[in-house]
Design a protein around this ligand. Structure first.
Ligand code: HEC
Ligand SMILES: [Cu+2]
Length: 344
C-alpha cells in the first residue's frame, strides 16, 4: 500500500506523528528530557569542537616557540581530579533527570489522581492486530472487547474531577509487539508472559495515529494504531453502543440470510459476534464492526467494497496474515458482506 493511501485511511494529510509535538504528560516529559540531554551534550560538543578548531587555526603554522616541544605535564593531581570529576558530575546530573522522567512516565496505575475518572483497558497484541478489552471507566466495570480502534475520553487536566487518565495494561498473545502513539506516550513493549503498563491523558479531541514499534513478523508494518479521543459525552455514548450485543436486523431478509451463511462457515471459530453462536477469540471481535473506520489494523478504509475484498482473500491485502482465504462462492461472499455490513 502506498504512503498516500495510508494517509487517506488516516483521514487526511495533516496527520502528525511527531514526538516533538506531545499532548499528554508522559510524552511531554520525554520531549523535555530529549531537549535537556540535547542541550547538555550539545554544549559539550561546542566546547570540545571549539577548542579543537581554536588549536587547529592558532597553531596552523607549527609550534609558536620555533619548533621546540611544548612543556609536558605528568601526574598532575589537580588536572586528573578535574577531568574525572567534571564528566562524573555531568553523568550524575543526566542520571537524575532521566530517573525523574522515568518516574513521571511510570505512574502506578493503581493510584489515579484523586477525584479523576480513570479508564482502564487491557491491550493484547496479536500478529497483526490489536485487541482491546475495556475493563472499567470511572470505577464501573465494562468488560467488552473490541479491536484495532481505541476510543478514550478527553480529559480536562486543570480540574481534578474532570481528569480522565487512561491506563493501559499491555499483554501479548504471541510475540513481542510495542505500543507507540508518539504524541501521547513513549513506546512500551507487549511481551509474552509479562504484563506491562502505560498511561496517557489528553484534552485534545483528535485522532492520534501510531504503529507497532517492535518487529513482530511479516505484517509488522501493517499493524497500525488509532486512538480516538472523544468528548466525554460522545465517549459515554460510544461505550453504551459497544456494550450492547450485535444488532439483529432480522427484519431485513438479506441480513437474515447473510447471518445464516456467516454462522455456517468457519468464521465463527475465529471471530466473535456477541449475541450469536460466533464465539471465536482468535481474530478481531466483529460485534460492532461497522462502528470502526478501518479494517485489518488501520490499513483499509472500512467500506463494503473493502470488506468484500478482504474476505475474498485476506492474503492479497495483508500477505502472510493469519486469516486464510476460503474460496467462497460469489453468492456466499455477498451474503456474508450483507451481514457484516449490518453490524453497526
Ligand atoms: C483462522 C482464523 C480465522 C478465520 C477462520 C476467519 N478469520 Fe477473519 N480474521 C482473522 C484474523 C487473525 C484477522 C486479523 C488479520 C489482521 O489484521 O492481520 C481477521 C480479520 C477479519 C476481519 C477484519 C476485522 C477488523 O476489525 O479489521 C473481518 C471482517 C473478518 N476477519 C471476517 C471473517 C469472515 C467473514 C470469515 C469467514 C469467511 C473469517 N473472518 C474467518 C482470523 C480468522
Ligand atoms: Cu506488532
Amino acid at each position: 500500500m502506498s504512503f498516500a493511501s495510508l494517509l487517506a485511511v488516516s483521514g487526511g494529510p495533516a496527520q502528525n506523528l511527531s514526538i516533538f509535538d506531545p499532548v499528554s504528560p508522559p510524552a511531554e516529559s520525554i520531549r523535555d528530557l530529549a531537549f535537556l540531554i540535547f542541550a547538555i551534550t550539545g554544549l559539550i560538543f561546542l566546547i570540545v569542537e571549539g577548542i579543537l578548531l581554536y588549536s587547529v587555526f592558532r597553531f596552523r603554522h607549527g609550534p609558536p616557540n620555533g619548533g621546540a616541544e611544548p612543556p609536558q605535564v605528568y601526574g598532575s593531581t589537580p588536572i586528573e581530579i578535574a577531568w574525572t570529576a567534571a564528566p562524573a558530575l555531568i553523568v550524575f546530573v543526566m542520571t537524575l533527570v532521566i530517573t525523574r522522567t522515568l518516574w513521571e512516565v511510570n505512574v502506578d496505575p493503581k493510584t489515579p489522581p484523586t477525584d479523576s475518572k480513570p479508564l482502564r483497558v487491557t491491550v493484547i497484541g496479536h500478529q497483526w492486530w490489536w485487541e482491546y478489552v475495556y475493563e472499567s471507566y470511572d470505577g464501573e466495570k465494562l468488560g467488552f472487547i473490541t479491536a484495532n480502534e481505541l476510543h478514550v475520553p478527553a480529559s480536562n487536566l486543570k480540574v481534578a474531577s474532570e481528569r480522565r487518565p487512561v491506563y493501559l495494561t499491555l499483554q501479548s498473545a504471541d510475540v513481542c509487539h510495542s505500543f507507540w502513539v508518539p504524541r501521547l506516550a513513549g513506546k512500551m513493549d507487549l511481551i509474552p508472559g509479562r504484563t506491562n503498563s502505560l498511561w496517557f491523558e489528553t484534552g485534545h479531541k483528535e485522532l492520534f495515529l501510531g504503529q507497532c514499534a517492535e518487529f513482530c513478523g511479516t505484517q509488522h508494518a501493517k499493524m497500525l494504531l488509532r486512538v480516538n479521543v472523544d468528548a466525554p459525552d460522545d465517549f459515554a455514548r460510544w461505550l453504551l453502543e459497544q456494550q450492547k450485543p450485535a444488532i439483529d436486523d432480522a427484519k431485513d431478509p438479506k441480513v437474515a440470510e447473510g447471518k445464516k451463511t456467516f454462522l455456517a462457515h468457519s468464521c465463527v471459530n475465529c471471530h466473535r459476534v456477541r449475541g450469536t453462536s460466533a464465539v471465536g477469540s482468535y481474530g478481531p471481535d466483529l460485534t460492532h464492526l461497522m462502528s470502526r473506520k478501518t479494517l485489518a489494523s488501520g490499513i483499509l478504509p472500512n467500506s463494503r467494497d473493502n470488506l468484500r475484498k478482504w474476505i475474498a482473500d485476506p492474503q492479497v491485502v495483508k500477505p502472510g496474515c493469519l486469516m486464510p482465504a476460503f474460496g467462497l462462492s460469489a453468492e456466499n461472499l455477498e451474503r456474508i458482506v450483507d451481514y457484516l455490513a449490518s453490524l453497526r
